[in-house]
Design a protein around this ligand. Structure first.
Ligand code: OOG
Ligand code: NI
Length: 317
């Protein structure tokens, strides 16, 4: 019927409209990230210049406090409303963290451009298991999340604006969290800010598509890579290879008059190898779905250290 046709075409254009909005929000999150993180910005410019202005993102990552509705769901709800699908959970008992990753909408456009304007990235969201922290740390986290009103409903908005939904903490509260969980301290001062973007190495066009070459290129250009457990993190199946820079720092005004530098964000690189069952496909026919998907606890555990004091205070390379 005529009204079905109208509904059909309305539906189609609303999908395009919502994807445009999703990409616009991601662009804003990225612009906050680029303004705060000179290393990430410089590396993206460098890789863009070598790669003729074309690169893809493998994933974007966020951190949250898993308490009273402020955990993974607070950020995930936005992505799920815009077509993302929850996939596997990863657990990090020693760090008292869990994470969930999301795949992009299957019917999304390839974007036709570079970075956020390319294929939509996976999303990786983690949360601190606040219940397992000391009572002092829990009290601080509960105080700031509660002070944000309904801030958990606006995680994506806060991320794209570069705002915290809670007030700035005091330096002593930051220190209390840092002594127990550097992740917790990071999240208190960075909130929902993009934690990192990840360049998809295998989708690069030059020899940098081999992550070992990319790592060497980044180091020779004067940037430091996270050395935790070795620069290259390799999954047990040998098919997911990851590396990351050491996070940049920014000056932060604590409410007790102290202004100090705190870790902010980093940039990651990921190479996904072709799955064994597709090993005979000609290179030109290999698509992203023929490659190793998902994440790996052993790799992620070391990538989390990109914002740690140990890595930030390392001297030389
Ligand atoms: C996330 C660390 C893990 C990955 O790709 O496995 C990760 C974080 O630092 O918040 O990014
Ligand atoms: Ni990552």
């Amino acid at each position: 019927s005529r009204s079905d046709e109208q509904n059909g075409s309305f539906h189609k254009s609303s999908i395009q409209g919502s994807e445009a909005f999703l990409r616009g929000v991601l662009e804003s999150m990225q612009s906050v990230y680029l303004n705060r993180n000179p290393t990430a910005k410089a590396i993206l410019e460098l890789v863009h210049s070598v790669e003729n202005n074309s690169l893809c993102y493998d994933h974007l990552a966020f951190r949250t406090f898993g308490v009273n509705g402020y955990g993974i769901d607070s950020m995930a709800s936005f992505f799920m409303d815009y077509g993302y699908t929850p996939r596997e959970e990863l657990r990090f008992p020693a760090k008292k963290l869990r994470a969930l990753w999301f795949s992009p909408p299957a019917d999304s456009q390839d974007g036709g451009g570079s970075g956020i304007k390319g294929p939509l990235p996976r999303i990786f969201i983690s949360e601190l298991i606040v219940d397992q922290m000391s009572s002092q740390t829990q009290e601080i986290i509960r105080k700031y999340t509660a002070s944000s009103g309904n801030g958990n409903k606006y995680a994506a908005l806060a991320s794209s604006m570069g705002l915290l939904t809670w007030e700035n903490p005091s330096h002593s509260e930051f220190q209390q969290l840092a002594s127990e969980s550097e992740y917790a301290a990071w999240t208190l001062v960075n909130g929902h800010a993009l934690n990192h973007v990840t360049i998809s190495a295998h989708r690069l066009k030059t020899e940098l598509r081999d992550i070992k070459n990319l790592n060497r290129f980044i180091e020779e250009s004067g940037f430091r890579l996270n050395s935790e457990g070795g620069v290259l993190k390799v999954s047990p199946d040998g098919l997911l290879l990851q590396s990351s820079t050491v996070a940049d720092s920014m000056s932060f005004q604590f409410t007790d008059g102290v202004t100090e530098s705190v870790p902010c964000s980093y940039i990651e690189f990921a190479e996904r190898l072709v799955l064994p069952q597709y090993k005979d496909l000609p290179a030109t026919e290999v698509k992203e779905f023929h490659r190793r998907d998902g994440f790996e606890v052993g790799n992620a555990d070391k990538i989390f250290e990109s914002t740690s004091k140990d890595q930030l205070s390392r001297v030389g390379s």
